[in-house]
Design a protein around this ligand. Structure first.
Ligand SMILES: Cc1cc2nc3c(=O)[nH]c(=O)nc-3n(C[C@H](O)[C@H](O)[C@H](O)COP(=O)(O)O)c2cc1C
Length: 174
């Protein structure tokens, strides 16, 4: 089972659209996949599920146990203010330490409105996952200027599609 995590809780995000496309490709290859959209986090999770409140928020617990069920993760990482969204870090901070991600494997796909394609954001996130003991696939497609390369249903940029296919090939073997 591969879990695809959208790195933002913005409702109806483009990250969610990328997660759906990614899931579709994996399912076509016969791989079991679930999507965990941070938009489904309880709105008050930073005050009801972290620190002294660990374990107390049932909705948060449901999402965090979905993480426990997987050994492989795909993170769809939008670029927010030159990095990955803060809500993703808050979510990670609410997960059990140190075992949630240790010895597990992750792939990342970045997207942005500008030209960076979330490259720096994925680098920041890679540092965190390596700290937590998770192995990160080296190939991290950067879907820059995403709005210009996505028609609302599908990715229109051939190179982007090829990079995703390549990443999926590698991640299956990883
Ligand atoms: C709070 C916020 C900050 C953002 N900061 C950047 C940024 O620093 N650089 C950039 O290229 N795009 C930035 N964007 C645009 C997103 O990276 C872009 O819309 C991306 O394709 C998908 O984001 P989404 O998953 O929220 O739809 C920002 C968007 C939001 C909501």
């Amino acid at each position: 089972m591969i879990t695809i995590i959208t790195g933002t809780n913005r409702p109806h995000s483009r990250s969610r659209a990328v997660a759906e496309l990614y899931a579709q490709i994996l399912r076509e290859r016969g791989i079991d996949v679930q999507i965990l959209d941070l938009a489904d986090l309880p709105a008050d999770f930073t005050t009801s599920a972290l620190y002294d409140n660990v374990g107390l928020n049932e909705d948060f617990n449901r999402l965090s146990s979905a993480i426990g069920a997987s050994d492989k993760f795909v993170f769809v990482v939008p670029e927010y203010n030159g990095s990955f969204p803060g809500v993703l870090k808050a979510f990670i901070d609410g997960l059990a330490y140190p075992n949630t991600f240790r010895n597990k494997k992750a792939a990342m796909v970045g997207l942005s409105s500008g030209v960076q394609g979330s490259g720096l954001a994925m680098s920041h996130l890679t540092d965190i996952f390596n700290y937590l003991g998770m192995h990160v696939l080296a190939l991290k497609p950067r879907l820059a200027q995403f709005e210009k390369n996505y028609d609302g249903t599908t990715i229109t940029n051939q190179l982007y599609k090829e990079l995703l296919d390549q990443q999926i090939e590698q991640f299956i073997q990883f």
